[in-house]
Design a protein around this ligand. Sequence first.
Ligand code: ADP
Ligand code: ZN
Ligand code: ZN
Length: 688
Amino acid sequence: MSQTTEVTKLLIDIAVPLPVTGLFTYAVPAELEPKIKRGVRVSIPFRNRELIGYLVDRKEAADDISCKDIKDILDDEPVLSGKVLELTKWISEYYGSSWGEAIENALPRWVKYGKKAERALQKESIAEVVDWEKKEDFNLTDDQKRALEAIRSGFLEENPKPILLYGITGSGKSEVYIRAIRDILKQNQSAICLVPEIALTEQIKRFFHDHFGDELEILHSKLNDTERFLAWKRLESGRKRVVLGPRSAIFAPVPNLGLIIIDEEHENSYKQETNPRYHAREVAQFRAQNENAVMVLGSATPSLETMYKAETGEIVRLDLTSRIEDRPLPEVHIVDLKNSGPAFRKKGILSFPLATEIEKNLKAKEGTLLLLNRRGFSTHIHCPKCGYVEQCDSCQVSLTFHQEDNSLLCHYCNAEKPVPVICGQCKSPMLKFAGFGTEKVESEVAKQFPTARISRLDADSVRRKGSHEKILKGFREGNSDILIGTQMIAKGFDFPHVTLVGVILADVGLMLPDFRSAERTFQLLTQVAGRAGRGSQPGRVYVQTFSPDHPSVKFSKNHDYLNFYKQELPERHLFHYPPAYQLMNIIVRSREEKKVYLFSRELRDQLRKEFQGIMSGDNPAPGQSEWAQIVGPSPLPFYKLRGHFRWHIMIKFARGMKLAGRVSQCLASLRKPAAVQVAIDVDPLSIL
Ligand code: ADP
Ligand code: ZN
Ligand code: ZN
């Protein structure tokens, strides 16, 4: 049992890995005093149980409160370096999580709780040097040379500015990364390269391995606890100096960091959707600054946030404007589904021009990609007689028919229902299956081209086939002629034999009630188009759409990112959306509909009081750096998900303000019913 003690004892501040506000002060019994170091794990009594927390600071002034004693100190040496402490503190302040939660998020499980980890470490063979063949070097293009020089000059600076490498698809960005990393290794420093998880395929792993062999540590989600821990230790000790991994690799404990690369920086998977809801790009920017490293963001379709930072001079922009060997960008044809007669549109899925091109490609034995960003067979089942639509019981969204499983699936909670034979409301047997997804595209294409070998890449086929790498490998090696898929097929893959890309329906993403839907659709169309013509043969793209004049469609036709940006930016300004402003989304949810509504209003009132001083008018006055606007509460577009009713409050605010801490405190000052849950999402990527 812990006893209460006099304040003559040394006091320390502990970060607790729970959603709480602030730090907790404890006293240190004399016999533990010699073990006191910042960054060690400490066992403490906390709310009637024992908990592991992190020692983040000594308490300078001893207040005259009496504190409980800590139970034990678990480490001789800190598990957290000073830099990681600073990084996690910044995350907690920026994203409104507790410092302890941010720390837990940055550490692998075994560092958190481990004992047997030490044993595994001893067992690991020391000299497992693998031989690798060094790849032959290309002569860099002029663009590549310029980019590399600019990155190099960053290496020499005290506080280097972050860099945006804006390079069109196929312009050879990866080669620039490789050379820059090599330079960093020569300087005896380390590098971290982040890639979206989906892109962590054999292709990029092999590419990095060919270049860095035994220096390379690959972190990915399939590592088990032991493997992750060992990788961690190899990095910490400096035995491996190049890290390749998804967003969590930004926490890799490399000493002497010189370079952080974020490839395809616009990808959504860099944002974590659980607490702390961090974005790896923002974390990387802080870390790079804090450790004097260079940050390079690569993309052919940069996020508006990043391009905006380049415009305001916060980061430096470098362009790669042509494809390697001056290969042309593919020609994009827009197929207007509105104005085509019945002969033009065959069977509702493939237009005549696209079908003709597929046939040509089959004859020429060249690869074809077909994109539809919607999985399943039919997207909803409705009754033409009474209008009833089959919905998920806990989500209020329509259920998707999956033919392969012969079931109805909810794409939000994964709930499954048997396929109905009569209407759930009026019992009519005339049900209509409407809307189509990738499964249906596959079956229609197979009917139309019986000899074609077809494969499909989406969440369902990955589940059935085991891994998306298997499907991609089959396609790359020519075991299938046509690859059909969701946005998964648009990721940075390099398939030189693909000469035709077809987009079945460009409008899918435009229908979502989200202010980023135009940006996402533009990115998707431009990225998937960029998969065509990367080899010796030029490529072509056919985009089927009902909205040929929509900016996302119009500008992607010419791969024209910069003009899309110019068109989109003022619209964002007008509504005080990013990138010129920042957003905080406060999601309030509960199974009890009335409670969630009442509490949302209470919270809104409290926030208004808190931010009264900076909520002056609909627009900030010129030069006003502190400004905020509170919107809502309003029901979220998906009002009921997984049995929870959901409301949200949005705060729009001037860039650079840190509001999360104040919002957490507002929240802590209210009496929240236990049945209500609140999440704070700073810089949210999706508001559905
Ligand atoms: P991006 O990532 O910009 O879309 P990649 O880095 O995948 O482009 O490069 C496209 C292709 O060009 C790859 O097959 C790569 O091996 C090749 N490549 C890159 N740089 C050069 C170069 N300087 N000379 C010849 N080929 C190159
Ligand atoms: Zn559901
Ligand atoms: Zn009916």
